[in-house]
Design a protein around this ligand. Structure first.
Ligand code: HEC
Ligand code: HEC
Ligand code: HEC
Ligand code: HEC
Length: 387
C-alpha cells in the first residue's frame, strides 16, 4: 500500500523537475534559435523562395569581409611618375602602370595572395627582376586572367568585377579549386560494367548523392564541353539524343552550382519547368554566362598555369588545379556579397595595352627568354626564403 501511495508523489516530482528544466533550457539555449529569413524571388505562389539562415551568415562574415585598400597614390602633377617598365628591368604585363600605381599593386598582391610569406613568395628579395620563383611567373598569367575576366566577362561579373582576393583570400592556393576526380578502383573492376562515377554516395561536389561525382571535368574544363541538358527538343526517341547518363551529370552539376552559391534550385529555376527560360530568374542568365566564363578561364589560363606549377600542386593522377563557381563565390550568391574592390584597383580593369601572348609556357622556355638563370625550378618558395 505504502509503495502504491508513492507513485503519484514521484510522478508529481518528476513533472515539476521537467517543467523547471524546460523553462531553464528555453531561457538559455531556446532563445538562441533564430528563424530563417525567407526572400521571395519569383512570382507569388510558385515557391521561388530563398531561405537565409542568419546564424550561418554571421559565422561566414569574416570570409566575406574585404581587406582595407592601400591608400591611393598621391601624384604630384609637376613631377609625374614615369612608367614602371621604364624604371624596372623585367615588366611584361603591367606595362601601362606608372611606378606609383605599380608599387601600390605589388603591396596589394602581397595582402591578397601571400600575406604571411610577403614579397618573397614571388620574388628573390635580392633581385626583384628575376623570374626564378614559379609563383611570380604564375602571377603574370593571373594578372592577365583577372584583367580578361573584368574586361571580357562583364555579362557575368558586371562592374563589380574580381581581384586576386575574390579567389585567393590571403592564401597562395585558393579554396574551391578542383581536380579531375580519381576514379574508384571498383569502377574499372566492376563485373556489372563501368559505373561512370555513379553510386558512390559521400562525394561533396554532388551533395553526397549517388549522382556521377565528377560533373566538373565533363562540363567546365574545356570550351567545347557537351551541352548541359536533360530534355530533348523533339518528342520522338529517334531524334532525342539525351540520355539518362547525361541527365544525371546535369543534375550533379546543378547541385554543385547551388552549393557553391549557397542557394537552392529556385534561385535560378521555376522548378516545375526547369528548362524553360521564360519562367527562370535573371540569375539563370548570369549563371549561363558564368559557365562559359569558367570554361574560358580553365582552358585559356589554368591550363598554361598547370604546366608552370611544381608536382606537389598536382593531384595523384597529375591533373592541374582548376577554377569553378566555388572558387569565387564561396557559398554566397555574389562573391564578397557583391562589394566591388575594383574601384580601388582600376589597374586590374584595363585591358593590357600590349597584348601578352600567354608568356613562356614551360620552365625551359622561361629560361630561354629570361636573362636570369632558373635554378630553383619546382622548389617550394618557402624553402628558398633564407637564400
Ligand atoms: C603574387 C606574386 C607577387 C608578390 C607577392 C609581389 N610581386 Fe612584385 N612582381 C610580381 C610580378 C608578376 C612582377 C612582374 C610584372 C610584369 O611582368 O608586368 C613583379 C615585378 C616586381 C618589380 C619589378 C622588378 C623588375 O626590375 O622587373 C618590383 C620592383 C616588385 N615586383 C616589387 C615587389 C614588392 C616590393 C613586393 C612586396 C610588397 C612584391 N613585388 C610582391 C609578382 C609579385
Ligand atoms: C578565378 C580565381 C582566381 C583569381 C581571380 C586569381 N587566381 Fe591565382 N590561382 C587560382 C588558382 C585556381 C590557382 C592554382 C592553385 C595552385 O597553385 O594549386 C592559382 C594560383 C596562383 C599562384 C600560385 C600559387 C602557388 O603557390 O602554387 C599565384 C602566385 C597566384 N595564383 C597569384 C594570383 C594573383 C597575383 C592574382 C590577381 C592578379 C590571382 N592569382 C587571381 C585562382 C585565381
Ligand atoms: C545559379 C543558377 C542555377 C541554379 C542554382 C540551378 N540551375 Fe539548373 N540550370 C542553370 C543554367 C544556366 C542551365 C542551362 C545550362 C546551359 O545551357 O549551359 C540549367 C539547366 C538545368 C537543367 C537542364 C534543362 C534542359 O534544358 O534540359 C535542369 C534539369 C536543371 N538545370 C535543374 C536544376 C536543379 C534540379 C537545380 C537544383 C539542384 C538547379 N538546376 C539549380 C542554372 C541554375
Ligand atoms: C571569377 C569569379 C567568378 C566565378 C568563377 C563565378 N562567378 Fe558568379 N559572379 C561573380 C561576380 C563578381 C558576381 C557579381 C556580379 C554583379 O555584381 O553584378 C557574380 C554573380 C553571379 C550570379 C548573380 C547573382 C545575383 O544575385 O544576381 C550568379 C547566378 C552566378 N554568379 C552564378 C555563377 C555560377 C553558376 C558559376 C559557376 C559556373 C559562377 N557564378 C562562377 C564572379 C564569379
Amino acid at each position: 500500500m505504502k509503495r502504491l501511495f508513492l507513485i503519484p508523489v514521484i510522478a508529481a516530482l518528476a513533472s515539476i523537475v521537467g517543467i523547471a528544466l524546460v523553462t531553464l533550457l528555453s531561457a538559455s539555449g531556446g532563445s538562441k534559435i533564430e528563424a530563417t529569413k525567407p526572400e521571395q524571388l519569383g512570382y507569388r505562389g510558385v515557391g521561388m523562395v530563398l531561405n537565409h539562415d542568419p546564424k550561418t551568415q554571421r559565422a561566414q562574415a569574416p570570409l566575406h569581409a574585404i581587406p582595407e585598400p592601400e591608400p591611393p597614390p598621391e601624384i604630384d602633377p609637376a613631377n609625374p611618375p614615369i612608367l614602371a617598365k621604364d624604371k624596372y628591368l623585367n615588366i611584361q604585363v603591367l606595362t601601362d602602370l606608372n611606378t606609383q600605381e605599380f608599387s601600390r599593386l605589388m603591396q596589394a598582391l602581397t595582402v591578397w595572395v601571400s600575406p604571411e610569406e610577403g614579397c618573397a613568395y614571388c620574388h628573390n628579395p635580392k633581385y626583384l627582376a628575376s623570374d626564378e620563383k614559379y609563383p611570380k611567373v604564375v602571377a603574370r598569367h593571373m594578372l592577365q586572367m583577372t584583367r580578361n575576366i573584368n574586361e571580357g566577362w562583364k555579362k557575368h561579373v558586371g562592374n563589380t568585377g574580381v581581384t586576386c582576393y575574390t579567389c585567393h583570400r590571403g592564401q597562395p592556393v585558393p579554396s574551391g579549386d578542383w581536380f579531375e576526380f580519381i576514379g574508384n578502383e571498383k569502377d574499372q573492376l566492376a563485373m556489372l560494367g563501368h559505373r561512370f562515377g555513379q553510386n558512390h554516395p559521400g562525394i561533396e561536389t554532388v551533395g553526397n548523392t549517388s549522382l556521377p561525382y565528377d560533373p566538373l571535368t565533363i562540363f567546365l574544363k574545356d570550351k567545347d564541353s557537351p551541352s548541359i541538358r536533360v530534355q530533348g527538343e523533339r518528342a520522338l526517341a529517334g531524334e532525342n539524343r539525351r540520355s539518362v547518363k547525361q541527365s544525371e551529370h546535369t543534375y550533379g552539376l546543378m547541385i554543385y552550382m547551388s552549393q557553391s552559391l549557397g542557394v537552392n534550385c529556385t534561385f535560378c529555376h521555376n522548378t516545375r519547368a526547369a528548362a524553360n527560360w521564360e519562367q527562370s530568374s535573371p540569375q539563370r542568365v548570369t549563371a549561363w554566362y558564368g559557365i562559359r566564363m569558367v570554361r574560358d578561364i580553365n582552358s585559356t589560363y589554368l591550363h598554361s598555369v598547370g604546366s608552370l606549377l611544381p608536382l606537389y600542386r598536382m593531384n595523384a593522377s597529375g591533373d592541374y588545379p582548376k577554377v569553378a563557381c566555388a572558387t569565387c563565390h564561396k557559398g554566397v550568391g555574389k562573391p564578397l556579397n557583391g562589394i566591388s574592390m575594383l574601384n580601388d584597383y582600376p589597374a586590374l580593369a584595363v585591358e593590357a595595352r600590349l597584348p601578352y601572348a600567354g608568356g613562356p609556357k614551360t620552365y625551359d622556355q622561361v629560361a630561354e627568354v629570361n636573362p636570369f638563370k632558373i635554378e630553383n625550378k619546382g622548389k617550394d618558395p618557402k624553402s628558398l626564403e633564407s637564400q
